[in-house]
Design a protein around this ligand. Sequence first.
Ligand SMILES: [Mg+2]
Length: 255
Amino acid sequence: MTEKQSTRDAPLILATDLDGTFAGGTSLARRDLQEAIRCSPAATLIYVTGRSVPATREIIAEAPLPQPDLLIADVGTTVVRGDDFQPLREVQGTIEDLWPGADTVRHLFRDFPGIEEQEVRAPNRVSYWLREGAMEETLTHMTERLDDERLDLIGSAGVYIDVLPPGVNKGSTLLRVLDWLDVPGADVVVAGDTLNDLALFETGLRGVVVSNCEAGLRDRLANRKHVYFARGEGAAGVHEGLQFFGCLQGGADGE
Ligand SMILES: [Mg+2]
């Protein structure tokens, strides 16, 4: 692509969703993307996923995916190091301070119609399946139930509802992590496919929306100058976006 700048010196920091994005698409596309990142000196890989830490470790082993430098899991409410999956206390602590506890959330939404708690157990979130009814309407009624409790609700992919500490999402946690890393936002590219990735793009950082994205995400991000809408699906889309932003160096493939 003409936008590629092979002489670029700045390191790449890729903060990417997994399902449908970095781990999406064909195995060939995943391999090509991973190879291109390996060929980029000083690349930093941050996974930003709705999965729990154990579920992320599963997909890393199964896909397979490279070990990340950092993992932001549970829709932004858990931050661990990529080498040993131990909490990054400096960031994790600020999130825990905002969380009223899962039992408080369960009590608020006990008997709430049309939702069912997911099996996943995470430290700072409670997640539900939407079993009946429309997403927007359900979120509105759940919000009405919050009363004075400060919590955020995120619906995505038409079936997932996450209850999170106030102001905590994939984007706000990524900004906390970048601050801790002390790196410039100009070196960062985010990537995603569903509405729980919206907050990643709302950071104002450069972003890639893959072509298999949820329609709502595309609608919400239309005409944003810092957002690239890829033609490729999953890993192929991420690869295409990194090329568009001129982030890949050296002998990487994918011309
Ligand atoms: Mg996804």
